[in-house]
Ligand binder design. Sequence first.
Ligand code: ZN
Length: 410
Amino acid sequence: MLSINSDRLKKSVLELSKIGYNETDHGVYRWGFTDADMEARRWMMEQAKAEGFETFMDGAGNVFFGLGDYLKKPAVLTGSHLDTVPAGGIFDGALGVLAGFEVLRSIKENDIKLRHPVWVVGTAEEEGRFGGMMGSQAIAGVLNPDWLMSAHDADNVYLKDAMAAHGMSVMDALDAAWPPERLKAFYELHIEQGPVLFQKDITIGAVEGISGVFKWIVHLKGKADHAGTAPMHMRSDAFMGLADFAHEIERIIAEDGTEKTRITVGKVDLKPGSPHTVPGEAVFTIVGRDMSPDVMKELADSCNKALSAIARKHRLKFEYEQVSWLNPQACSVKLTKQIEEKAKARKYSCLKMPSGAGHDAQFFTEITESGLIFIPSVNGVSHAPDEWSHWHDVEAGCNILFDCIIDSAQ
Ligand SMILES: [Zn+2]
C-alpha cells in the first residue's frame, strides 16, 4: 500500500506557519485579505509551481493548483483555507491545503495514472472576517453583488476595500463559480477543533454533516453618565444589559437548543470605554450554531426576545444586524462511508461524527459530493496558539485523503 511522505508534509506545514507568525503570543495572524494572508497565497502558488503543477488564483482570492485538464473531465478537488483567525494555530485550514499538496506530490512521484484530474484549492476568507466563507461561497456560486458590496468586518473595514488594497476587485469573485459538471468530488482534511476524537483516542473522524451558524452584531444603547454622580437606579447602563444577556444564554439553550447547540459572545466593545463613565453603548457579537435550521431559527428568536426584554428593563435601545446565516449541511453518505472503509483498510480507528464548526466543505456540498475527514486536536484546542495535532495523526489523515482521492480519480 502506497503512503504519503509525512516528513515532507511536516516540513511544508512548519514553513507555512512562519507566514503571519507572531513572536510574542506565538499565534498565526493571517486574517482574510491582510498582507500575511496574501503572502501565504503567493507562497502556496510558488511552491506548487516549483514542483511543476499548474497554478492560478481566481477572482475571490482562492489559490488552485493541480494535475490534469478539468475542462475535459470532472476533477477530484481537495483543499481547505489558507487564512486564519487572529492568533490562530498552525493546522487550522493550512493542513487541508498542504495535505492536498502532499497527495499531488505523491501521485506524481509514484507515477500513478488517474483518469480524472486532481486539483487542490486554498480558499480565501473562510474564517468569517467579513461574515461568510467567501472563497468557497464564490466557488459554489452562491455570492451576490449586494452582499459583496456591503460585507464588512467588526471594525467596519469593507471587503471591497480590503481586496482593493491588494489590487483585487470584489466583483470578480462572482466569476469564480465552478459549474457542478466540472467536479467529481470534493474532499477536505481538517483538524477536529474539538475534544471528541482526542478524548476517545480515535485517529480518524468521518464527518456526516456540518452545523449551521449565524452571526449577529448587537447594539445596546443607553446613556453615558458620570460614574460618580449618576445614581444606580437612574442609569441606562449598556453593560448591565450585556451582562444580563450573558446569563440568559444557558436558559435559551436549555429551552430551545440541543446538545449540539453553541451560543457565544466573542467580541465586546463598551463605549465610551472609560473607567469613570457609565457605558452608554455596548456593541457585541453573538454566534449561534446547531445541526438543525429549525433549531437555529428558534435560538435566534429567543436571543431577540431576551434582548428586547433586557433592553426594556435597563432603559436601553436594542438593535442587531444579522451579518450571516449559514444553514447546516450534510456530507455525502457515499464519501463518508468511503472514508470509514479507507480507515479500516489502514487499521486506523474511525468515528462517524458531526462537525460543530463550519468548514469550506459545507459549500461544496451544494455543487458536488463532499467528504470531510477529521484528525484529533490535542485537548480539543483550536483558534489559539496552542492548537496542536500529533504528527502521526497528521500522517494518518493525509493517507486517508490520498486513498480516497486515488479511488475517486481512478
Ligand atoms: Zn478551519
